[in-house]
Design a binder for this molecule. Structure first.
Ligand code: ADP
Ligand code: ADP
Length: 232
């Protein structure tokens, strides 16, 4: 079954629609698949992510996520960016819990729910190899560790779709490969659908089942390939 489906989607920006960000873009991403969209800066990767998360509508064409035409921001989506974007005044555990407070705002006022959220966040930090980060502040951690915390925050509410926006691009080569392993392990265990947008083809081939290569002509897929690599 298909989880994300875009058919002939176009997006233009600006009052007169002069900036073309995506032109007649079509893609299908299967449920549980790890897909990558690779292309140079300006090819429409961020615009694709805004469409897939419901943060903006297409100018033309249809966007379907999880069997429904997207009509606004989706709750069952998690996102991780190039910058970890953790709140510096909150300890890592409380950063990870943030989506739970937003998705379940009324329930979370109950003390028992809050304890459940806390346990869930703590377990996730352990799962990504950061058992001791819970009570530390983001700025006390390295960039790679902060990005692990950001990944925990992206999936703590059990999203069905994880969107990775150049999540590994600012890391050094060694840390980047470690993080690839972390994301792959989370994906294998939790079976969400994942879409990575990146300009790094090596990374795309390493992580994804299917790689879509987009040219600098906005939204023009020049090559899609199913990567048939053995999984751990
Ligand atoms: P529109 O009003 O055309 O829909 P948005 O509201 O989506 O545009 O714009 C979102 C943000 O993107 C704005 O804050 C704007 O400053 C920024 N932006 C403007 N031009 C560009 C550009 N060429 N590339 C990327 N971002 C841009
Ligand atoms: P990428 O993420 O691959 O760099 P984007 O989706 O950000 O690509 O942008 C695709 C094209 O749309 C670029 O030419 C960019 O300048 C333009 N664009 C993106 N956002 C805006 C905006 N808010 N206003 C005007 N132009 C934009």
């Amino acid at each position: 079954p298909t989880f994300v489906e875009m058919d002939d989607v176009s997006v233009t920006y600006g009052a007169v629609g002069s900036e073309l960000a995506l032109q007649a873009f079509s893609v299908r991403i299967a449920t549980g698949e790890f897909a990558a969209i690779v292309g140079p800066s300006g090819c429409g990767k961020s615009t694709f992510l805004k469409l897939a998360s419901g943060l903006r509508p297409p100018t033309a064409g249809g966007v379907i996520v999880g069997d429904k035409e997207v009509a606004g921001p989706l709750k069952f989506v998690g996102m991780a960016f190039q910058n970890p974007a953790l709140l510096p005044w909150r300890k890592c555990l409380e950063n990870v819990m943030l989506p739970l407070e937003i998705v379940e705002p009324f329930r979370s006022r109950k003390r028992r729910d809050r304890e459940l959220h806390r346990a869930r966040a703590r377990d996730l930090l352990k799962a990504v190899g950061l058992p001791d980060a819970a009570d530390r502040y983001p700025w006390q951690l390295s960039g790679g560790m902060q990005q692990r915390v950001a990944l925990c925050r992206a999936i703590v509410h059990d999203p069905r779709l994880l969107l990775l926006d150049e999540t590994f691009s600012a890391l050094d080569a060694f840390t980047r490969e470690e993080l690839w392993g972390v994301v792959q392990a989370l994906w294998l265990e939790r079976q969400f659908t994942a879409v990575l947008v990146t300009h790094d083809l090596t990374e795309a081939v390493y992580l994804a089942d299917t790689v879509h290569v987009v040219s600098s002509r906005p939204g023009h897929i020049i090559h899609s390939e199913v990567i048939d690599l053995p999984r751990p």
